[in-house]
Design a protein around this ligand. Structure first.
Ligand code: LLP
Length: 455
């Protein structure tokens, strides 16, 4: 029985499936694996990441557990750096996507800078060995303490998002006897064509300085104590799949550079933001080369130091969330596969209706004929659903699955809702793996709590 299933499985893996990317059908398990070079399915060892059977990691760490491929991170970093090479653009990894020190260390060793949005991320980036001058601080509400920290540590650039923040920074910097090298983040009023909750460059969004006010504010900044304007920044959103919105935004920013220079201002740098999307469903996504092309076509001739701030593209596909089946219940004709991972671990499906691929760790499970199922977590909310009406093979209690593309905005967005401790994490490289985060002990959940003696 088993050999027959496996034969069919491996045939399915290698059969050409030319139309799958363009039709609306869900990708098959074989197609999901084939599109992610660090993953492979083996008859005996099951789903492997860079030569490590993921079942072995799940045996050792238990589930839920995150697993990241260091090799895939390096490969993606180098592919992006290669595409940007001709532009001389620098990569500032967006720490928010995955802020684990081991992840930051991989990128630091590749020469990445960092884009941070809090004092915590700033300190993490420095702790991982990223040089302060390679750190850019973005965000719409940096506190006075965070701005002071950034100035003390002499980071490379602060991206200012409002006139109010500019004045606050000027006061703090002048008081410290420091000069803040800043860029003005401009809101270009562009529709990024992504989920509304992660679109950031429309006029009504909270981010950036209104396009029409940018020239005047830049000129005012140049005269403020403690402020040295170096250029402009833009970030129009996340999980952007087409290059057109980038082109539109960069073209508007190029216009501003010309206007500012015509007004006698010096503009040296352009931070082009992040947002490059990935094919969660194997859908076609804009490539780094296409992004580089859009930058070249719009900003290329302006003699600017260019920076990009990708997060998801670098780490999204490199990580999985391992989960075990607790039980399978049938209710009103629906097969509910209940996992031990939940929305507190990976919130993206609940928060953005995000689609994540799912692959059984066992090759035998993966080869069984699929039928519709709702794949859910145990948390007490209907939103705790990883996949609705998903075509999935039969999965018995204790069967294990990998939820794909969980490397970005996965662990960093976890909570301990329902008193569920933060999951363990591992990193694999060249056939080896290491624990990079122990599962949080349940007692740690209340370790910082105090019960007043009058209760
Ligand atoms: N730069 C700035 C100023 C940002 O706000 C962001 C992301 C990035 C760069 C990196 O964007 P990326 O290359 O990763 O798309 N939690 C959401 C995504 C939120 C993105 C927030 N800002 C999700 O899970 O889809």
């Amino acid at each position: 029985m088993v050999p027959l299933d496996l034969t069919l499985y491996s045939l399915a893996m290698h059969a050409p499936q030319p139309d799958r990317l363009t039709d609306t059908a869900e990708p098959t398990i074989a197609e999901l694996i084939a599109a992610r070079p660090h993953l492979s399915m083996h008859a005996m060892d099951g789903l492997m990441m860079d030569g490590v059977p993921l079942a072995r990691v799940a045996d050792a760490l238990g589930t839920p557990a995150w697993v990241y491929s260091a090799g895939a991170m390096r490969a993606r970093y180098r592919a992006l750096a290669g595409a940007l090479d001709g532009l001389g653009a620098h990569i500032h990894y967006a720490v928010k996507a995955n802020d684990h020190l081991a992840v930051l260390r991989v990128f630091a060793a590749e020469g990445a800078g960092a884009d941070v949005v809090s004092g915590g991320e700033l300190l993490r980036a420095l702790a991982a060995g990223i040089a302060p001058e390679r750190v850019v601080f973005s965000g719409v509400g940096k506190s006075a303490a965070e701005l002071r920290l950034a100035l003390e540590r002499q980071i490379g650039q602060i991206n200012v998002e409002s006139a109010e923040e500019l004045d606050m920074l000027s006061g703090i910097a002048a008081g410290m006897g420091r000069t803040a090298r800043i860029a003005l983040r401009v809101n270009p009023d562009v529709e990024a064509g992504t989920h509304a909750k992660i679109s950031t460059g429309r006029a009504r969004d909270k981010f950036g300085i209104p396009y029409r006010e940018a020239v005047a504010l830049y000129s005012r900044a140049a005269g403020l104590p403690g402020i040295a304007p170096a250029g402009l920044a833009v970030h129009i959103g996340s999980q952007i799949l087409s290059v057109a919105p980038y082109r539109a935004a960069f073209a508007r920013l190029a216009e501003l550079v010309r206007d500012l220079r015509a007004a006698g201002q010096s503009v040296d740098t352009m931070d082009c933001g992040g947002g490059l999307g990935i094919g969660y469903r194997n859908e076609p996504a804009a490539s780094p080369a296409a992004l580089a092309g859009a930058i070249r076509a719009t900003l290329g001739g302006l003699d600017l130091k260019l920076v990009v701030e990708p997060g998801r593209w670098l780490v999204g596909p490199v990580g999985v969330l391992l989960a075990s089946v607790v039980l399978v219940k049938r209710s009103e004709g629906t097969r509910f596969v209940v996992l031990d991972a939940a929305m507190n671990d990976l919130v993206r499906p609940a928060m953005y209706e995000a689609w994540h691929g799912m692959v059984p760790l066992s090759a035998v499970d993966a080869a069984r004929p699929a039928s519709p199922a709702d794949i859910v977590g145990p948390v007490c909310e209907t939103g705790d659903t990883f996949a609705r009406d998903r075509s999935a093979p039969p999965l018995a209690p204790h069967a294990r699955v990998a939820i794909l593309d969980a490397g970005a905005y996965g662990a960093v967005m976890s909570s301990t809702y329902n008193a569920r401790p933060l999951a363990a994490a591992a990193m694999v490289a060249d056939g080896e793996w290491a624990t990079i985060r122990a599962r949080q002990p349940v007692e740690a959940l209340w370790a910082g709590e105090h019960v007043p003696n009058w209760v």
